[in-house]
Design a protein around this ligand. Structure first.
Ligand code: PMT
Length: 223
């Protein structure tokens, strides 16, 4: 039987980028490597949880003992996450860098170059984090906020607007931290407090984050 501060808890984590197709050979995406989400999944597993990792396309291995469910688009990520949460979920952590917009259509054939310029029409993608947090049976929900300026202001805005229990503010303007790096530095906010973690490796940072989350989860939901 598992032991640790998350023993008996079911955890769902999103990680990595999404890819939004333009035509059969092109897509819109971002620089997320999945490292932060995979490190959190490993730390949650080590803390005794049963972990499902809903992952966009990345090139890192699944942490031992963690179930990875691969997705491609933001729409896929929402559907797969809802499925995983419906199976039972005490804690949801959204580390994925989801594309906010997608091309409104995906061309059936490769788009040929003809004109000097071309425009893409984009439409809003669904927000997995906000959707899960808004459920009547919402799990303890932790969001990430990748910002390049006014980090605290935007992070606190997301905490209240998206009805989250905690938010992890990630300054992605500093070189060598955040997207596609082995290291990170974050400040975690919850309604009664905050704590800065790092700079340090995503592995060590994830362990501290999981310890903090487990404390808050126990306080809010009971053992
Ligand atoms: O993957 P790595 O290379 O290790 O990099 C890690 C990271 C920098 C991507 C990660 O630490 C991070 O900050 N993730 C959040 C990135 C992001 O896109 O943040 P955001 O401010 O756009 O989104 C806010 C929150 O809403 C996030 O929890 C995001 O997962 C969630 N979201 C956003 C849009 C959307 N359509 N659905 C969502 O669930």
């Amino acid at each position: 039987k598992a032991s640790g501060p998350l023993a008996g808890r079911r955890v769902v984590i999103t990680a990595g980028p999404t890819r939004e197709p333009i035509d059969p050979v092109r897509y819109i995406s971002n620089h997320s490597s999945g490292k932060m989400g995979y490190a959190l999944a490993a730390a949650a597993r080590a803390a005794g949880a049963e972990v499902v990792l809903v992952s966009g396309p990345v090139s890192i291995d699944a942490p031992v003992g963690v179930e990875v469910r691969g997705v491609m688009t933001a729409q896929d990520m929402l559907e797969e996450t809802e499925r995983a949460v419906n199976e039972g979920c005490d804690l949801f952590v959204a580390t994925a860098a989801v594309a906010d917009y997608r091309p409104d259509t995906c061309a059936g054939d490769k788009i040929k170059k003809s004109n000097k310029s071309m425009s893409l029409s984009l439409v809003r993608n669904p927000d997995t984090l906000a959707t899960i947090a808004a459920r009547d049976d919402a799990p303890f929900t932790v969001g990430f906020a990748a910002e390049t300026r006014d980090i605290e202001h935007y992070a606190l805005d997301k905490l209240t607007r998206k009805k989250l229990n905690m938010i992890v503010a990630n300054d992605v303007s500093a070189p060598g931290l955040g997207f596609n790096s082995d290291n990170n530095a974050v400040t975690v906010f919850w309604p009664e407090g905050h704590e800065s973690i790092g700079p340090g490796s995503k592995t060590v940072l994830a362990q501290r984050l999981i310890a903090l989350i487990a404390d808050q989860l126990t306080e809010k939901a009971g053992p």
